[in-house]
Design a protein around this ligand. Structure first.
Ligand SMILES: [Zn+2]
Ligand SMILES: [Zn+2]
Length: 314
């Protein structure tokens, strides 16, 4: 069989990028991920010289790859990298990822901060999900809490920017879920630059232009050790359906995820302009929100209420 050679050098190709028609060897593929990330960062002016960057590091594939790539990119930028790991309090699941995240930070000499739901919100995720009288899914409870945990940790260490590892697939799935949910304000969350809990910390997604499959292949080629096991509470069935639908389309029409993402970005931009004036300060924590109580404070209330009802029933 004829082995195709790399489109950029004479080495043997290991990856074919269907949407662009390129074949890439190991080194060129690795470089392409680093270069794509750099391009996204400069295109959206995500980072400035010398900034303090807090990377959300779960120990999973995407966030481990992000720390690895940013560690290569930011050295010449005078930036200082930190990792924030959130311990949601999931017995028997978090230990492995926490261990891997810690090992990774040590090997790169990146300071790591670990924050837990228990210390921040006074309950672990296990405790919060124990009562089964709640209507919300586990992910819709955990998501806002994790976002707030990272915000609070970043604020405490005076970070200028929070980097999270959302890839193109994640963002596109979330976009469709918000569309299905008739949640216009949240469509704008797709914007490349948004602010965290306090407006002075920016939130960036340096992997937003990269397919999940390519991040996965990058971690494989870089031999990055990450946790494979899925969260035991994962229950977003619509997300998996959307994911499957989009991946099927991509198989038949390479590049369609990318073009859909570009349209989604434009819609996000418009919806952000439309909903900006409706934003008010959450009456409990002060975060900008489309409702009197922000999604985090609402979630904390739901959890506390369901735990109270559960306790009085026992
Ligand atoms: Zn090559
Ligand atoms: Zn709030």
């Amino acid at each position: 069989m004829h082995i195709k050679s790399c489109s950029f050098c004479n080495e043997k190709a290991v990856y074919r990028r269907k949407y662009s028609g390129e074949s890439l060897c190991t080194e060129c593929f690795k470089n392409s991920i680093v270069e794509k990330t750099k391009k996204t960062i400069s295109k959206y002016k995500m980072l400035k010289y010398g900034e303090k960057i807090a990377v959300g590091l779960s120990g999973g594939k995407d966030s481990s790859a992000l720390l690895n790539v940013l560690n290569q990119i930011t050295k010449s930028h005078g930036s200082k990298l930190y990792a924030i790991t959130v311990d949601e309090g999931i017995e028997g699941y978090r230990d492995e990822s926490k261990f891997l995240a810690e090992k990774m930070c040590k090997s790169m000499n990146v300071p790591q901060i670990v924050v837990s739901y228990d210390e921040l919100f006074d309950f672990t995720l296990d405790e919060a999900l124990k009562p089964d009288n709640r209507k919300s899914s586990s992910c819709s409870i955990c998501g806002p809490l994790r976002r707030r945990a990272i915000d609070l940790a970043a604020q405490k260490m005076n970070a200028d920017v929070i980097a999270t590892a959302h890839n193109l697939d994640d963002s596109l799935q979330t976009f469709f879920m918000n569309l299905f949910n008739n949640d216009l304000p949240r469509l704008s969350w797709l914007n490349p630059l948004s602010s965290g809990f306090k407006a002075d910390i920016r939130r960036i997604k340096p992997f937003m232009d990269i397919y999940e499959e390519e991040i996965a292949y990058y971690t494989y080629l870089m031999k990055i050790d990450f946790q494979i096991e899925d969260c035991p509470y994962q229950d977003e069935s619509i997300r998996s359906e959307v994911k499957e639908f989009l991946n099927n389309l991509e198989r038949l029409h390479p590049g369609i995820k990318y073009s859909t993402f570009s349209s989604a970005m434009k819609i996000a931009q418009k919806s952000s302009e439309l909903t900006k004036k409706d934003r008010i300060k959450c009456k409990k924590c002060g975060q900008l929100s489309s409702q009197p109580l922000c999604s985090v404070c609402k979630t904390i209330n739901i959890v506390n209420d369901s735990m109270e009802i559960y306790a009085s029933d026992q």
